[in-house]
Design a protein around this ligand. Sequence first.
Ligand SMILES: [Zn+2]
Length: 254
Amino acid sequence: MNTVNGSSCDCAGADVGRRSLLKSGLGLGVVGVSLAGGLPAIAIAQGEAGVLTREQRDRLPPAQVIDLLKQGNERFRTGKMQNHNYLAQKRATANGQYPAAVILSCIDSRAPAEIVLDAGIGDTFNARVAGNVNNDDVLGSLEFSCALAGAKVILVMAHTACGAIRGAINGAELGHLTGLLDKIKPSIAATKYTGERSGDNGEFVDAVARTNVYRTIEDIRQRSEVLSTLEKEGKIKIVGSVYHLVGGRVEFLD
Ligand SMILES: [Zn+2]
């Protein structure tokens, strides 16, 4: 599993110094991006660490970034994670970052996005808030990530057995948490489910989490002209997913 398409890096425009970076195994699994036939060619290396260069990132179409995220989760899920050299990544990113994606996920300690996607330092922007809800500050962060910093994908990532979703279903109230859970509540009503509609029913909790992903994405599109325009122009993709605590799979939603 060293290559996706067998192509090695010709790294058009990259100098020798960059070439050494390209040989590194990026957290997202990118080591070499060439433009053979006008399309990026990706190679995967195990056991090395590196970071995305601007050239690599800019050449990646959004759909390919999604594929890389999927490949990263596959590595995590199967215990074949890259041997991230965080110190090397730290040094390589100190003077600049070119993340390929921005992830909006829950604060849950069991669903750390970068780990479950086998990403490294410099690979992804990360916004985390209970229940992966959208708000003005999150939206500003997403706009910064994509419109100013060049990220190609917004990944909204929920997870199974989410306490925030369960709390919203149960009508939990506590300080500022109450207002946060209010943002989730419309997803409860919008979830079609014929079984027991309670926070004690894990299946219903997960169904609401899924609805909440779709609603969050729609909210992002409706409230951000910046991001909806980028999406219409094909410059970014906005995609939803659910991380399964049991098994470790990140299920990408259509
Ligand atoms: Zn959660």
